[in-house]
Design a protein around this ligand. Structure first.
Ligand SMILES: [Zn+2]
Length: 233
């Protein structure tokens, strides 16, 4: 993995300098993949929805107005912008950080994955976590569905684009469909999830058997996707 040149930003709240780590290139190898799309072993640069290392304020990097490349010397003395945690996302929702639907989707999707981290490896949610998870799932689903519909329309209206573009768009569209399916399962809407599962093309659905099994068991929690042909009953 190669990091790109670090970028200097100023916190919108305390105005102190802080550093964004960008990733120039990486090769992905191995790692676990989970039903919510989370992968382990991926290099993690600074996320767009980020946290000030000095005062703890949460902000979107895409909304910051001043930035510049830093010298190595400068970079050494500037703290890295941090990745928010569950509490931070909740605060961001409470304070109305999102100024549009896209930003609300970003916050709620990050909260979703962050809560999912609590139960990835066989743990259970506390009652409090479960309550927040369920509320968030309910709010996140229509946001993803609306974006999916918008994107589907945009792709239909776009003609004569090159193939690479189309593949990219289609890949993104399928990722969103998988998110919708997963949210349905999380919310106990197993029939909806099963119908969506059948819509996912085979080349992207190496996990079909293990996913079916979870639907069959009426399991709502995130789990590690596996490619086990033998698991089908
Ligand atoms: Zn700050």
């Amino acid at each position: 993995m190669k990091f790109g040149k670090p970028v200097l930003h100023f916190c919108p709240s305390c105005n102190k300098p802080m550093k964004e780590k960008t990733i120039a290139s990486y090769t992905s190898r191995g790692g676990l993949v989970f039903s919510d799309g989370y992968r382990t072993g991926r290099p993690r640069g600074t996320p767009d929805l980020a946290k000030c290392p000095n005062c703890g304020a949460i902000f979107f990097i895409h909304n910051l107005w001043a930035e510049k490349e830093m010298s190595n010397e400068e970079a050494m003395h500037t703290k890295d912008i941090e990745r928010p945690e569950t509490e931070d996302y909740l605060k961001a929702i409470e304070k109305g950080l999102a100024k549009n639907r896209e930003e609300e989707l970003q916050i709620r999707e990050a909260l979703w994955r962050s809560l999912n981290h609590e139960v990835r490896y066989d743990d259970d949610f506390t009652d409090e976590q479960m309550k927040i998870w369920e509320e968030n799932n309910k709010a996140l689903l229509p946001l993803v569905e609306a974006k999916y519909a918008e994107m589907q329309k945009a792709i239909e209206n776009k003609s004569g684009s090159d193939d690479d573009d189309e593949n990219d768009d289609e890949g993104q569209l399928i990722n969103m469909l998988i998110t919708i399916m997963e949210l349905h399962r999380n919310m106990g809407m197993f029939e909806e999830a099963a119908l969506t599962l059948e819509q996912i093309p085979d080349k992207r659905c190496w996990f079909r058997n293990c996913y079916r099994k979870k639907l069959h068991e009426k399991n709502r929690l995130p789990f590690e996707l596996t490619n086990d042909e033998q698991e089908d009953e």
